[in-house]
Design a protein around this ligand. Sequence first.
Ligand code: SF4
Length: 227
Amino acid sequence: MGTPLDPRTEQVTEVLDRLYAEYPDSTISLNYSNRLELLIAVILSAQCTDERVNAVCADLFETYTTPEDYANAPQAELAAAIDSITYYNNKAKYIRSACADIAAEHDGEVPDTMSELTDLMGVGRKTANVVLQHGHDVVEGIVVDTHVQRITRRLAITEAERPEAIERDLLDVVPESDWQQFTHLMIDHGRATCTARNPDCADCTLADICPSEKGDGDVDLASGEAW
Ligand code: SF4
């Protein structure tokens, strides 16, 4: 069990320093070549691995290129094209609806504001933040996915449980210039070391400042349960 730095801003600074050193090339791992492809890929990535999304999108982006292509595709056809993705029926519905709105109300362009993006079906704050950051170079929040949620709690950076509450906490303690990279660093660390079920604390660069560290610690602060 490590000891987190106090105050939380110092804990965050130290975590960032170490993770920047550990993952110098950290960035988004979805493949896309324009904003529409980014939006589609992010919608598909909810509760699905980026690897699977990339594999499906390689063919999908050859077949459909404009918002009208998606909007006019029959539901069954689009669902079949993405049927190895979790919740593919709902996601096909979201994509067709979002693309119909983009075509009808936004001149075929993916919107560049949080409120316009979150008005699209299937687009929540997390998806909108990713699209704003990587599609429009607009950073107005921190993307809180399952890795960010788990690891920030393990590291005692937040005690909040829901993503939107965690994001509010993080916006207070993470320097604005790091808002975008913070997510990518957490995701890389979550994949490489601080996995959900069996984190490799013995080989973790954050062990001495992590109160969830398993060495002689009892509790996974992400869940509040004993290891
Ligand atoms: S791997 Fe272990 S020590 Fe490292 S951040 Fe995760 S819980 Fe903490």
